[in-house]
Design a protein around this ligand. Sequence first.
Ligand code: G4P
Length: 534
Amino acid sequence: MALDAPNRPALPAEIARRRTFAIISHPDAGKTTLTEKFLLFGGAIQMAGQVRAKGEARRTRSDFMAMEKDRGISVSASAMSFDFKEFRFNLVDTPGHSDFSEDTYRTLTAVDAAVMVIDGAKGVESQTQKLFEVCRLRDLPILTFCNKMDRESRDTFEIIDEIQEMLAIDVSPASWPIGVGRDFLGCYDMLNDRLELMDRADRNRVAESIEINGLDDPKLAEHVPANLLEQLREEVEMARELLPTLDVQSVAEGHMTPIWFGSAINSFGVKELMNGIGTYGPEPQPQSAQPRQILPEEPKVSGFVFKVQANMDPKHRDRVAFVRLASGHFKRGMKLLHVRSKKPMAISNPVLFLAADRELAEEAWAGDIIGIPNHGQLRIGDTLTEGEDLRVTNIPSFAPELLKSVRATDPMKAKHLEKALMQFAEEGAAKVFKPAIGSGFIVGVVGALQFEVLASRIELEYGIPVRFENSQFTSARWAKGDDQALDKFVNSNKQHIAYDHDGDTVYLTRLQWDIDRIERDYPDVTLTATKEMM
Ligand code: G4P
């Protein structure tokens, strides 16, 4: 994230107040509950429970969505915007299941920070760790929320140690829990010297906050029983001695994470976390691009597609491209250059994802996420500008780890299947390869569950029942080289050659040995496991 940009002017106020972030967590840690409370305190919903209720209503719409519900996973990502104090928060939802790591990776290219939610009884779990590693690749600032403190949880020092050790990041406590489980009273706010008490009676009420004058303030004894108070004083003293103090720069660089303790379901600790997002957010960051980096304060609008979702409304075959604005002040109706095709696009019906519903976006600023309905022109990795030939980088496409061949059970539908597959390939839901010899397609995914999701979507959205069968290949690599070298390579290896949906050459094999051999025999051809989507 640390990109060179010396002597930058201050950001326009509208951009400076934006905080675009994602929540990363292991399933069940409390991401949905926390999101709900964010929206509640952001004034976007009136009552907690609406996110889930909305979710249920949406999920009953199709079997595919039902599958999402049955498995307790979220397959598709979406974005939500809401205001909190002087800030505009853009929360980008990350798909939770490990099978969707590529999608998640791309989602994380669209945010400036991540909130990591862990369960106070379980600590760092496998999925948290994986997602954290993805954030680390981009040095994203991470803010940590240790949830479910109203239940029996682990020792505070032990939790902090575990995060420091397993994730190799410094942890600085922003709050300190008082009591555990049934005896959990609330937290001592280490940054602002306040006592925050949890209200167990009303889950949607914000906790009582009592200003105190340090840990020796006699007022503390009025609210905290003697034994807990003694423990709190000891622990905080130890924490201040042993743990690093909060360093804004270190947080911004992704080397340190502040941790808040709370209970999302009891609305406890959530506001402090939201204040933390406002304070340590950070504001929209520069975006790496070719041939130059894009700064958010640039007056001209630019943005990039990080996700495409097809058939959000099954009645209309629309696709929505999710665009992160990298710079400028966007207004509805603007004409932007679609850099890849060099064609202008009038953006007449953009949508902002304002918590509850999609709403037409009249304007948006750098840092915001807008949805652009389109008929397939917009693909992941595409850049939009006001005319300059800029291409956002760092949105990779990964080589799939599992390959299967796919057939329509009704051969008459083969042609339609091709169309459906191409659409999913463009959406980024799978890799689709057309072998140079023979008919049919090979589909590549990162996680096995994606085959089921695809089969179910192809049947549901296109009415084509399909079967996935084992393929003779297990690995795919993109082949690059000049035309002559590539032709020679392709002609001598026809049985292994296929083309992806962009027409780029792909080498399919089942042996690492083959890949090594090609690299030896064709020094002018490079085989790569990722392809930059530009
Ligand atoms: P996820 O999106 O990360 O998967 O987690 P989600 O918010 O759905 O929360 C998982 C479960 O943990 C839910 O219980 C939720 O109510 C509970 N939970 C969330 N925050 C807290 C908390 O602060 N304290 C306690 N004790 N529980 C919490 P569930 O039984 O699976 O669902 P539900 O019946 O409560 O909706």
